[in-house]
Write a protein that binds this ligand. Structure first.
Ligand code: PGA
Length: 243
């Protein structure tokens, strides 16, 4: 069985000292020093991380909508990330959708830019509590997924992370049945709309050392996206041990 993909999303956390300490620990453990373990760190620490020469993967948390190089002050392009051996990049995390107003048309450009240089996007989707309670969450998630049908790419290969907003950082997680329903929904949507696409589906939202085993047992789940728990070395190591 293929190893599960474990992606650590450090968000706006970390320091030179923390990166040096934590990543050195992960480098010396065969379970974490593995390409199926991926760290999405803040951009300034990218070079320091690559310089460690470790076996785990490196990701970014966002990417510019603009491609290549040029007069776009403050932006960082997919072509630049490629030079740092970045394998994955998060796109459309709910914190960015909410705080920065990222919408499907902007996210489509980011996906196209990443795919065009060979970096695998991790597209995050997820509904707020009010939509879950209204029972209309399937339509809400399909709307977020619909941008995939508008992409101008030759080959569609990506990771899709289902992260219900009400589960992020709250300690509340959906039931295994609820996660399974959405994993199946994502697979069937992609199968119907782009049969040749290759996708992996992750779950994210309050993943811990305690619930990881049950989540990874869900059929068709390819791994997890871990926020808060990825900042604690012991807990994140326990999560990777289950993969
Ligand atoms: P959490 O965050 O694990 O702290 O809930 C997950 C995420 O936002 O990706």
């Amino acid at each position: 069985m293929a190893k599960k993909l474990i992606v650590a999303n450090w968000k706006m956390n970390g320091s030179i000292a923390k990166i040096e300490h934590d990543l050195s620990v992960y480098k010396t453990n065969a379970l974490t020093n593995s390409p199926n373990v991926v760290f999405a760190l803040p951009m300034p620490y990218l070079y320091q991380t690559i310089d460690l020469g470790a076996g785990f993967g490196v990701a970014c948390q966002d990417i510019s909508q603009f491609c290549g190089f040029g007069a776009y002050t403050g932006e960082i392009s997919a072509a630049m990330l490629l030079e740092f051996n970045v394998k994955y990049t998060l796109v459309g995390h709910s914190e960015r959708r909410a705080a920065i107003g990222e919408d499907n048309s902007l996210l489509a450009k980011k996906l196209e830019n990443l795919i065009s240089v060979g970096i695998t996007p991790i597209l995050c989707i997820g509904e707020p509590r009010s939509i879950r309670d209204s029972g209309k969450y399937q339509g809400f998630l399909i709307d977020q997924l619909s941008l995939l049908t508008s992409l101008n790419v030759e080959v569609l290969e990506l990771v899709i992370a289902y992260e219900p907003i009400w589960a992020i950082g709250t300690g509340k997680t959906p039931t295994i049945e609820e996660i399974t329903e959405i994993v199946n929904l994502i697979h069937s949507f992609v199968q119907k709309t782009s049969a040749h696409a290759k996708i992996l589906v992750l779950y994210g939202g309050s993943v811990t050392g305690k619930n990881i085993a049950d989540i990874l047992h869900i059929p068709e789940i390819a791994g997890v996206l871990v926020g808060g728990a990825s900042l604690k070395v012991d807990e994140f190591t326990a999560i990777c041990t289950e993969a």
